[in-house]
Design a protein around this ligand. Structure first.
Ligand code: ZN
Length: 145
C-alpha cells in the first residue's frame, strides 16, 4: 500500500492550495509507473485527510500512460502496462519512457456557506476539472489616460 505515502504528498499540496476552504473533490494524475490503484488511493487519501479541510473529498485518479518503443521493429505506442510487450511484433525488447509524473490536476471546493458565487480561483479550478485548464481567464487592463 505505497498509496499512503503518495496520498500524504497529495494532501500536503491540497491543503496548501485550499488554505482552509472545504475540499469537495480532487483530481490527481499519476504516471503508470507509480502503479497507483484508484480505490487504494481513495482509501489512503480518506485516511490521511481525516480531520483536515479535505476530509471526505472524492478522489479521481487519472493514469498517465508511458511511451513504449520497440528496439526490434521500431514500433512506438502508448501503454498503461509497464511490463508490456511490443504490440507490433510481440517482442519484449522494448523501452518504456515517461509515465512517472505525479500532478495535482484540480481541486473542487464546497460552495461557501450563504453564497453561490465562485472566486476566480474556484472558477479556474472548475475549468480545469472540465479539462479546460488552458483557458486562462484574463481580463483586459484598461488604460488610465
Ligand atoms: Zn516490435
Amino acid at each position: 500500500m505505497h498509496e499512503y505515502g503518495l496520498a500524504e504528498g497529495v494532501l500536503a499540496t491540497v491543503r496548501q492550495r485550499a488554505d482552509g476552504r472545504k475540499v469537495a473533490g480532487i483530481t490527481v494524475r499519476f504516471g503508470v509507473k507509480h502503479a497507483v490503484d484508484e480505490e487504494s488511493m481513495a482509501q489512503a487519501f480518506t485516511f490521511v485527510a481525516d480531520g483536515t479541510e479535505a476530509a471526505g473529498a472524492t478522489v479521481t485518479l487519472v493514469t498517465v500512460p508511458a511511451a513504449l518503443a520497440c528496439r526490434d521493429c521500431g514500433q512506438v505506442a502508448e501503454t498503461t502496462d509497464v511490463l508490456a510487450a511490443c504490440p507490433g511484433c510481440a517482442g519484449e525488447d522494448v523501452e518504456i519512457t515517461g509515465g512517472d509524473e505525479m500532478t495535482l490536476e484540480s481541486i473542487t471546493y464546497e460552495p461557501a456557506r450563504g453564497s453561490a458565487a465562485m472566486t476566480p480561483e474556484e472558477a479556474r479550478d472548475a475549468l480545469a476539472a472540465l479539462g479546460a485548464g488552458e483557458a486562462m481567464a484574463t481580463e483586459p487592463v484598461r488604460g488610465t489616460s
